[in-house]
Design a protein around this ligand. Structure first.
Ligand SMILES: Cc1cc2nc3c(=O)[nH]c(=O)nc-3n(C[C@H](O)[C@H](O)[C@H](O)COP(=O)(O)O)c2cc1C
Length: 439
């Protein structure tokens, strides 16, 4: 359900992007508090908060910070992940647009806690406006002493740099992000070693999402225990979701971890457009296994979604109504992953376009019954499911492509069969016969 606005507390205030407005609302006081606490207590507080990364994997933030080797004399880096390219996800850009100083304060506290003196914010290439907004906030923070050689008058020095990628989804994957920042082709690499041990320029590096960073000042301001209590047993705090599709009020919302998808659709987002019937919900961005209409009483939280074989992902909720053709929807998703595969691993390079080609055949009425079995078999070769997490590729982009295929086939198989049997798509296409096919 909607909550006391925490992450979004400054959104909508006049001039909410400015340092003046942020300071008037108590901004940067958490940084001062953190500097007085010392790094170890800050890490402990974040561990206590049960904050889990908001970039997709939901890994415990405080725990990740402790993976930095204690005896490595090399510099440490923080990379903030603002690549945000997962279809359906558009909440990090909203953080940057509405409250860039909250993200910066989180970055400063995190760097202090982990002993980093340089942070890079990696933004998706298309985020020109967000990069401009963030750079302005950085300039203001330097001018006021919140960044620079003596952060808030202390001995702690911090530089923050904005880096725009070139518009590749793969560069949101943390190891690809790191090599891209180093000026190389954004190809993921095998883990271990994890970035905390061998990261940017071969140095220990923490990669955290933009929203994760914006959550950190709240934890320091009000305490880890308070933050943990806002959430469920294993996931602290509130979180942002971006809702798109067939709802009355799509947008970015702050919710509690206990909020169910039924509440998101019917209360938070005002119900279905035109009073139409709900068919399906993708809970966390296009890579997350789809939920059917009778599964929407599950909370939008990591553990709860895992129990129904799906994922909270990056909070991108996509709502589909009865007029949605599930074959066409899946084909659209499959084309994205085929386009964005970096081509490094054979199952992903060959499997993603193969799945898209089969889906196109089904949608266009050119498929035979064996195509459904073949689709399943190709998806299995990329990433068997269930159980989750058995991918056959270096990074989870292959899983991201295969999981929707598995779940759509499992939950909406009669629709796929109807296409094959009728040799056509049974859904009307207002813009003419499969116009996208020729795109
Ligand atoms: C293909 C792919 C794309 C990803 N894109 C993003 C992204 O745009 N933003 C993000 O924060 N995490 C993304 N991730 C997850 C990151 O690898 C990493 O787990 C995350 O940035 C860690 O931050 P967190 O712990 O704060 O969530 C992506 C992962 C994969 C496999």
């Amino acid at each position: 359900m909607p909550v006391e606005r925490l992450l979004t507390r400054n959104w909508g205030k006049p001039d909410s992007r400015s340092l003046k407005s942020y300071e008037q609302g108590g901004g940067y006081q958490a940084l001062k508090k953190a500097l007085a606490m010392g790094p170890q207590l800050v890490v402990d507080e974040v561990k206590r908060s049960n904050l889990r990364g908001r970039g997709g994997a939901g890994f415990a933030t405080g725990l990740k910070w402790t993976f930095l080797p204690k005896d490595n004399p090399k510099p440490r880096y923080l990379c903030v992940n603002g690549d945000e390219s997962e279809p359906g996800t558009f909440k990090d850009r909203a953080c940057l647009e509405n409250d860039p100083h909250a993200v910066l304060e989180g970055i400063a506290i995190t760097c202090f806690a982990i002993g980093a003196h340089i942070a890079y914010v990696y933004l998706r290439g298309e985020f020109m406006e967000q990069a401009r907004i963030l750079q302005k906030a950085i300039d203001e923070a330097y001018a006021s002493g919140w960044l620079g050689k003596k952060v808030a008058g202390s001995d702690f020095a911090l530089e923050v740099h904005v880096h725009r990628g070139a518009g590749a989804y793969i560069c949101g994957e943390e190891t690809a992000l790191i090599v891209s920042l180093e000026g190389k082709k954004g190809w993921p690499r095998l883990k271990p070693p994890f970035p905390a041990v061998v990261g940017l320029f071969g140095c220990p590096t923490i990669v955290n999402n933009v929203e994760t960073m914006a959550s950190v000042p709240l934890i320091i301001e009000r305490g880890g225990e308070w933050y943990a209590k806002l959430g469920t047993e294993k996931s602290g705090g509130t979180k942002l979701i971006s809702v798109s599709g067939a709802v009355q009020k799509p947008g970015v919302y702050e919710i509690t971890m206990a909020t169910t998808f039924r509440e998101i659709v019917y209360d938070v987002c005002g119900g279905m457009v035109g009073g139409r019937k709900l068919k399906a919900v993708i809970p966390g961005g296009s890579s997350c296994p789809v939920l059917s209409a009778d599964e929407i009483d599950v909370p939008a939280e990591f553990e709860a979604l895992k129990k129904v074989n799906s994922m909270a992902g990056s909070g991108g909720v996509i709502v589909m109504d009865e007029s949605t053709c599930m074959v066409r929807a899946l084909w659209r998703i499959a084309r994205f992953y085929a386009e964005e595969s970096c081509g490094q691993c054979t199952p992903c390079r060959e499997g993603t376009p193969w799945m898209a080609r089969i889906l196109r055949r089904i949608e266009e009425g050119r498929a035979a019954a064996e195509d459904l079995a073949q689709l399943k078999s190709v998806a299995n070769a990329v990433c068997p499911f269930p159980p989750m997490g058995l991918g056959n590729t270096i990074c989870p982009l292959g899983d991201a492509a295969a999981l929707p295929v598995h779940s759509f086939l499992e939950k909406f198989r009669p629709e796929f069969e109807a296409h094959v049997q009728a040799h056509r798509c049974p859904y009307p296409h207002p813009w003419g016969e499969c116009a996208e096919a020729f795109a």
